[in-house]
Design a protein around this ligand. Structure first.
Ligand SMILES: NC(=O)c1ccc[n+]([C@@H]2O[C@H](COP(=O)([O-])OP(=O)(O)OC[C@H]3O[C@@H](n4cnc5c(N)ncnc54)[C@H](OP(=O)(O)O)[C@@H]3O)[C@@H](O)[C@H]2O)c1
Length: 304
């Protein structure tokens, strides 16, 4: 697996990272299957894994910690979040410094790490990123609770603001074929020396035709999530169905190759619950997108 520098952190990350989130971390997905996926991802060269205390009804981070038990973690970049947690049936926000300190302590315990390699603020507002708040985070960093700090947001204004902050090392944004508008932002982030992590690189599955007869729990769960939260993306995704009908490259590989060709992207963080999909996705590292396909994607993106 090819590796790329993560901005100015000094870290090298595998082009494709593993998203330890969504249905992978869900209690309804068997833990031994979740662990087998992690084992295989690491064996195939993945060194970047992303999770968060609020993911998968609060189960993903602990599951990742257990899946990594007995492993040498020194070469891995484990990224988690602060500012959200799952509590009493729902995701709760807490961007206070004391809440973040508690969250860091819990993540260190769950991931069994003295110091967390990379922590992203999960959806902060511009107003919350005050000098006092950022100074407080530097004190937590100086105590060794974490080493690198990033911002994860789908709000371009928040990311734009984060680029001006010297204490922010990385940004995690949604980069996929449905979001061509992110490209200038990614370029500015890289220019500012920030590592860029592409979340949802497979467009959450919205470009693939959904098979009504596929009733496996993960497929039903992803379909329900899409209906509940992402109807506009489902409609947009239909324009890119042609990606799943190409010779020599699968739809997922085309989606990942497109993301990895975006100048400034360090790694694409893909989520999956299927071994076949994992192996297919990891084969996209180093693949170049055929020019004709890149042109067709650009033409669809330019429409309307
Ligand atoms: N979603 C968010 O709101 C969010 C927010 C912040 C950060 N992130 C980060 O981004 C990561 C990825 O996000 P995500 O999981 O929501 O979206 P994603 O990686 O873009 O897409 C996941 C979907 O693609 C399917 N898939 C994966 N490989 C496939 C393949 N080879 N062929 C066909 N379908 C395939 C998965 O189904 P199968 O399980 O069946 O493979 C699942 O339905 C997360 O794990 C997290 O680390 C996400």
């Amino acid at each position: 697996m090819r590796a790329r520098p993560l901005g100015r952190t000094g870290l090298e990350v595998s082009e494709i990272g593993f998203g330890a989130a969504s249905f992978w971390g869900h209690p309804a997905f068997p833990e031994d299957e979740a662990r087998r996926l992690i084992d295989r991802a690491l064996d195939l060269g993945v060194n970047f894994l992303d999770t968060g205390p609020a993911y998968s009804r609060g189960r993903a981070e602990g599951r990742l910690g257990r899946a990594l038990e007995g492993r040498d973690l020194s070469g891995l970049v484990l990224a988690t979040k602060v500012g959200t947690r799952f509590d009493a049936g729902r995701v709760r926000r807490d961007m206070s410094l004391s809440g973040i300190e508690t969250s860091l302590e819990r993540s260190r315990r769950r991931l069994k790490l003295e110091s967390l390699p990379l922590v992203h603020l999960h959806g902060p507002s511009v107003e919350e990123l005050t000098p006092d708040f950022l100074g407080g985070l530097e004190q937590l960093r100086a105590r060794g609770l974490f080493r690198h700090l990033g911002v994860n947001s789908f709000d371009p204004a928040v990311i734009e603001f984060a680029l001006s902050l010297p204490g922010i090392d990385t940004v995690m944004v949604d980069v996929n074929v449905l979001r061509p508008g992110r490209l200038p932002l990614v370029a500015r982030a890289a220019e500012a020396g920030k590592g860029v992590l592409a979340g949802m690189p497979l467009a959450m599955g919205h470009t693939a035709p959904r098979r009504l007869r596929d009733l496996r729990p993960s497929s039903v769960w992803y379909a329900l999530r899409a209906l509940k939260n992402h109807r506009a993306d489902m409609v947009l995704g239909r324009r890119f169905r042609f990606l799943h009908d190409q010779p020599g490259i699968t739809g997922a590989q085309a989606l990942l190759a497109w993301v990895l060709a975006v100048p400034g992207v360090s790694a694409a963080i893909a989520g999956t619950t299927r071994m076949r999909h994992l192996e297919e996705n990891l084969q996209a590292a180093g693949l170049s997108l055929p020019e004709s396909l890149a042109e067709r994607i650009a033409a669809e993106q330019a429409r309307d």
